[in-house]
Design a protein around this ligand. Structure first.
Ligand code: PNS
Length: 176
């Protein structure tokens, strides 16, 4: 039977519990899900690509059909390269819809064989975004429950260099 490979592209700066919720949902409906972190040299991210990859790898270890990778250039080109036939995107609120619709239709124009699949995260995460997490953490607010504990530790260590980040679990090498 044909295996359905999907990619879940994004910046993941940083990974939030909303992303993880979506990854879990995606892992249930696709045979293989590749979380693809955008390598964008123009952006100045809070976490380096390596840090984002490490966080995602350690938090997705529990799902055997989930892999983490990075890409640059057009998302549709990357999807073709890894033989994905679907793109997973999360829709939190109506406000996401316009941008996501535009992107999905443009991607369809570029690569008609690729389908965009929208999924909704749990309501508890409907107001959550990486941008707000960064802003709250930078201003000293609590981000408990919004990101995994290890990401919270890394954020604190990044924003207050006096705190040293202590990884609690070892990340193992993952299949590509
Ligand atoms: O985390 P984000 O910012 O919601 O992710 C946006 C992302 C990475 C999915 C989007 O910017 C993207 O696909 N970028 C790659 C370049 C590309 O293909 N651009 C054309 C989009 S129609």
């Amino acid at each position: 039977m044909k295996k359905v490979i999907a990619i879940y592209p994004g910046s993941f700066d940083p990974l939030t519990n909303g992303h993880l919720d979506l990854i879990e949902r995606g892992s249930k409906i696709f045979d293989e899900l590749i979380v693809a972190i955008l390598r964008n040299p123009e952006k100045d991210p809070l976490f380096s690509l390596g840090e984002r990859r490490e966080m995602l790898e350690s938090m997705t270890e529990r799902w055997d059909n989930v892999q983490v990778d990075t890409f640059e250039g057009l998302m549709v080109d990357y999807a073709v390269k890894v033989k994905a036939t679907a793109v997973l995107r999360g829709i939190r609120a109506i406000s996401d819809y316009e941008y996501e619709l535009q992107m999905a239709l443009m991607n369809r124009k570029l690569e008609p064989r690729l389908e965009t699949v929208f999924m909704m995260p749990a309501e508890a995460y409907s107001y959550l975004s990486s941008r707000l997490v960064r802003e709250i953490a930078q201003l000293g607010g609590s981000i408990k429950g919004l990101v995994p504990e290890s990401v919270e530790q890394r954020l604190r260590a990044k924003l207050d260099p006096a705190i040293k980040f202590q990884p609690t679990t070892k990340t193992r090498g993952r299949k590509k």
